[in-house]
Design a protein around this ligand. Structure first.
Ligand SMILES: O=C(O)CCC(=O)C(=O)O
Ligand SMILES: [Fe+2]
Length: 401
C-alpha cells in the first residue's frame, strides 16, 4: 500500500497526526480531501467517515466488457451528406444503448484543453483559505467550492473536492468566478464558449436522430444554462473502501467531460460497472436527465461514478448543458402519443428539479423517479449506498455533480 507522506507534514510521529484517534481528532474534514492528504502524516488508512458500506465492483478485465462507443464528429461539419447521416446514426444508437460515448474530431483545441486543466489544477493548489472564499451551502449558488457530496444532511463523505460554477450565459456570472490563478477567468471563458458550441452541434445531431427539427433541442433550452464541475480526486490510501463520486445521473441535457490522464470514470451498462479508459485528446459525452425527459425515455440518462486510486491525483472537468432555470421541462410533444406513448414524466420547472436533484443525499436516479408519471416504475431505484452516519460533519459546503 502506498504511503502518503506529504512534504508539508509537520508531525513528529504517527500518534501526533490528525487521524491518530478519529474520535478525538480535531481534523476538520470540511477542509477537503486534498488538505487531508497534504497535511496528514503516514496516511495509511482512510478516516471512517469516508468508508462506504457497499461498493459494487467494476468489471475486472477489459476482455469481459464492451467499451463505450468512440464517435468521429467530423461528419457533423457537413450540413447534409452520407458522412453526416452516419455520424447522426452513431450518436443516436450510442444514446439509446449507452447514454455515453467518446468523441474525436470534436474541434476543441488540445492547447485550450491543456490550459483549462492547468488552470483548474492551479485553483486546487491554492491555500484552503483562498478556496473557501468560494464555498457556499446554497446548492443554487452560481459559484461553489466544496468537498465530498453533501447537503446540510450528514452522510458518508466522498474522496473529492470540487469547484462548480455557471458558464453560459457567461456575462451573468463571469465576475463571480475565481480570479486566482490569474488566468482562470479568461481560460475558462474560452473553454466554456467552445464547449457550449460543441454541445449545440451534438444536440442538433441528437434532435435529428429523434426525428425532431435539427434545432429542436437548442431552441428548447431558451437562453440555456451551462454548469462546469471541476473535480479533484487526490490519491487515496484505501481506494476500495470509498468513492470519489457515487452512482448518479446528471440533471442536465448533455454533459461533456474532459480529464487528465488518470482513469476513474465508470458507467453502468446492463447492470455492470464498466470502466471508461481515457484516450488522450478525446472528450466523453453523456446524456443527462433533461434529455431522458425530453425524449420521453427513448434515451436514458445513465448512472456513472468515479473511483479513486492510491497513486495519482485525478482531475475531471464536467460541463453540463441544460435549459434556462425558469423553463418548464417535459417530453417533446411530437414524441408523445396519449394512447401509445403517454408522457413518462410530469412537467416541472427546471430550477425546482435541479434543486431537488442537488439537495438529495441519495444517488442513483432517484430524483428522476420523483417526476415519473407511473411512480410504480420507480420502485427499485438503483441506489447502492445508505447514508447512516450521524457523526459526519454537516458543515461541508453543498456540491455537486
Ligand atoms: O470524474 C468523473 O469522471 C465524473 C464526474 C461527474 O460525473 C460529474 O461531475 O457529474
Ligand atoms: Fe456526472
Amino acid at each position: 500500500m502506498a504511503s502518503l507522506v506529504p512534504s508539508s507534514c509537520l508531525c513528529a510521529n504517527t500518534s501526533d497526526h490528525p487521524l491518530a484517534d478519529e474520535k478525538t481528532s480535531t481534523h476538520d474534514y470540511n477542509q477537503g480531501v486534498k488538505h487531508l492528504v497534504d497535511t496528514a502524516c503516514n496516511l495509511h488508512s482512510i478516516p471512517f467517515m469516508y468508508i462506504l458500506p457497499v461498493i459494487p465492483p467494476a468489471c475486472p478485465s477489459t476482455a469481459c466488457h464492451p467499451s463505450i462507443p468512440v464517435i468521429d464528429l467530423d461528419g457533423l461539419n457537413e450540413l447534409s451528406s452520407e458522412r453526416r447521416i452516419l455520424a447522426v446514426q452513431s450518436i443516436s444508437s450510442a444514446c439509446a444503448e449507452w447514454g455515453f460515448f467518446q468523441i474525436v474530431n470534436h474541434g476543441i483545441k488540445a492547447s485550450l484543453m491543456e490550459e483549462m486543466l492547468k488552470s483548474v489544477e492551479g485553483f486546487f493548489s491554492l491555500t484552503w483559505e483562498e478556496k473557501m472564499k468560494y464555498a457556499s451551502d446554497d446548492v443554487m449558488n452560481p459559484v461553489r467550492y466544496g468537498t465530498s457530496l453533501n447537503t446540510s444532511t450528514p452522510h458518508v463523505l466522498h474522496w473529492r473536492d470540487y469547484l462548480r460554477h455557471f458558464g453560459h450565459p457567461i456575462e451573468s456570472s463571469f465576475h463571480l468566478w475565481p480570479n486566482n490563478p490569474s488566468n482562470y477567468r479568461e481560460v475558462a471563458k474560452k473553454y466554456l464558449e467552445d464547449v457550449w458550441k460543441l454541445a449545440m452541434k451534438i444536440s442538433s445531431a441528437i434532435s435529428e436522430g429523434l426525428g425532431l427539427e435539427k434545432d429542436y433541442i437548442e431552441k428548447s433550452l431558451g437562453e440555456g444554462c451551462q454548469i462546469v464541475a471541476s473535480n479533484y480526486y487526490p490519491p487515496c490510501p484505501e481506494p476500495h473502501l470509498t468513492l470519489g463520486l457515487s452512482a448518479h445521473s446528471d440533471h442536465g441535457g448533455l454533459t461533456i467531460l474532459m480529464q487528465n490522464d488518470v482513469d476513474g470514470l465508470q458507467v453502468r451498462y446492463n447492470g455492470t460497472w464498466i470502466p471508461v479508459h481515457h484516450v488522450p485528446g478525446t472528450l466523453v459525452v453523456n446524456i443527462g436527465d433533461y434529455l431522458e425527459i425530453l425524449s420521453n425515455g427513448r434515451y436514458k440518462s445513465v448512472e456513472h461514478r468515479a473511483v479513486v486510486n492510491e497513486e495519482k491525483t485525478r482531475i475531471s472537468i464536467a460541463v453540463g448543458h441544460g435549459p434556462d432555470l425558469n423553463s418548464v421541462i417535459a417530453p417533446a410533444r411530437s414524441l408523445v402519443d396519449e394512447k401509445d406513448e403517454p408522457p413518462l414524466y410530469k412537467p416541472i420547472v427546471y430550477r425546482d428539479y435541479m434543486r431537488c436533484q442537488q439537495s438529495s443525499t441519495v444517488r442513483g436516479k432517484e430524483p428522476l423517479g420523483i417526476i415519473k408519471t407511473n411512480t410504480s416504475s420507480t420502485s427499485s431505484p438503483s441506489l447502492e449506498i445508505s447514508y447512516p452516519l450521524e457523526s459526519a460533519s454537516s458543515k461541508i459546503p453543498s456540491p455537486d455533480n
